[in-house]
Design a protein around this ligand. Structure first.
Ligand SMILES: Cc1ncc(COP(=O)(O)O)c(C=O)c1O
Ligand SMILES: N[C@@H](CCCC[NH3+])C(=O)O
Length: 387
């Protein structure tokens, strides 16, 4: 966030700031690391569907992972190739399935036995063959926040193991279905790579299960979930994609001709975005000092919803001021929304703030803008793109 204070000074806040050079660099680093092993990345659009972001990413040689018909339509409009689009989600509607088939997407990541039947019916009515990947729930603990864990038996996602034989039976009996992949995703903001090691063990077992039954499934999709360093976004602005992909290279046992796909969201877009806000008021309470911002949980929901940490920084006027010369104060950083959970951080140590100061809430590029709302009839967001 160096040198941006000047540029942001006259902008209306709250605004989403996107560093497009950092985004491009992140995608290129990720893609080069994946290319080393011939792996393919699909960007998980749910993390950020801002048009500028999609236009940039779609030009850099990655596909798109979508979870709604609207995401599929937007991905294609913004330059992703339909043949590089995958479609996941436990509640795909008939209309969405039809749209996906009409666009000849790469694969449906199917999440229930019933869904397979519906896709088959719609595909045959359109005279199409639907490519499907079975999303298997591997029962691997992602060791992340329980709201963003997806791969446990108690989660709604994926097909349960005891239903796999039924799935295979349906696929064999329907010419409108083609089994192209196995899909796994265990959760998000995963920082312990051992979780992925355990996932590989399960994937190898399932891959062997299908192989032994005569199915050479061309695609293994390992999902996404790679976590970022929210504590120090400048020290690690791009996550270590090399280590991530190397782990799969070490532990995945591929069958001949199999491709490996990933669906990365957060690790691609989180650090290129910051929510920029102004201090409206400083309120010195009996026990607390409050810095009241013009941004709230309506612009960035993660702290209120998951107690998520985002680094809060003052965009300072004079970078030259020696650290020790600045008097620091602890503030609860809160927004204007009528909810007590509307808080970005408690007891955050910052240089003494005054009305009008610009604050950056960092690493807000993933699951920030997309989860914003109009609660309290908030006004549309503002944007600033570093080109
Ligand atoms: C099926 C699926 N794929 C990919 C992702 C992207 O995850 P992340 O943004 O953590 O990389 C998610 C979100 O958790 C998901 O549910
Ligand atoms: N929205 C979550 C991540 C969910 C990932 C999608 N399954 C977050 O902000 O961390």
């Amino acid at each position: 966030m160096e040198n941006v204070r000047e540029e942001l000074q006259n902008q209306s806040t709250p605004l989403y700031y996107y560093d497009l050079p950092l985004l491009r660099e992140t995608v290129n680093v990720a893609k080069n690391a994946a290319d080393r092993y011939g792996y393919k990345i699909h960007y998980a659009i749910k993390a950020n569907n801002n048009s500028r972001i999609l236009e940039e990413i779609s030009q850099l040689g990655v596909g798109a992972d979508c979870v709604s018909g609207a995401e599929i339509a937007l991905a294609i409009e913004k330059g992703f190739q339909p043949a590089e689009v995958v479609f996941a989600g436990v509640g795909k509607t008939d209309k969405e399935i039809q749209l996906a088939l009409e666009n000849d997407i790469l694969a449906f990541n199917v999440e229930s036995v019933q869904e397979i039947g519906v896709i088959s019916e719609i595909a045959s009515s359109l005279g199409k063959v639907a490519n499907i990947a079975l999303r298997i729930n591997p029962n691997v603990d992602a060791k992340t926040h329980h709201y963003i864990t997806t791969g446990l038996d108690e989660n709604k996602f994926g097909i349960m193991m005891h239903e796999l034989d039924t799935c295979l039976e349906i696929i064999e009996n329907h010419a409108s279905l083609s089994l192209v992949g196995l899909h796994f995703h265990v959760g998000s903001q995963i920082t312990d790579l051992n979780v992925y090691k355990r996932l590989c063990v399960k994937v190898n077992e399932w891959n062997a299960y299908f192989y032994d039954r005569g199915y050479t499934v061309p695609i293994l999709n390992l999902g996404g979930g790679l976590g970022i360093n929210y504590m120090e976004p400048d020290e690690e602005s791009i996550v270590n994609f090399s280590n991530f992909f190397y782990l799969f290279h070490q532990f995945l046992e591929l069958k001949p001709g199999q491709e490996v796909h990933f669906e990365l969201g957060r690790s691609i877009v989180a650090n290129c975005g910051s929510l920029i806000s102004r201090v409206l008021y400083i309120k010195n309470g009996l026990k607390k000092n409050f810095a009241i911002l013009d941004a709230g949980m309506t612009e960035l929901l993660r702290p209120a919803l998951y107690q998520a940490y985002h680094k809060v920084e003052l965009l300072q006027e004079d970078k030259q001021i020696e650290e020790e010369e600045i008097s620091k104060v602890r503030y609860d950083i809160v927004g204007p929304i009528c909810e007590s959970s509307d808080c970005f951080g408690k007891d955050v140590l910052l240089p003494e703030l005054i009305r009008g100061d610009l604050i950056a809430i960092r690493s807000a590029g993933a699951y920030g803008e997309v989860m914003s709302s109009r609660y309290n009839l908030r006004q549309p967001l503002n944007y600033f793109y570093k080109e």
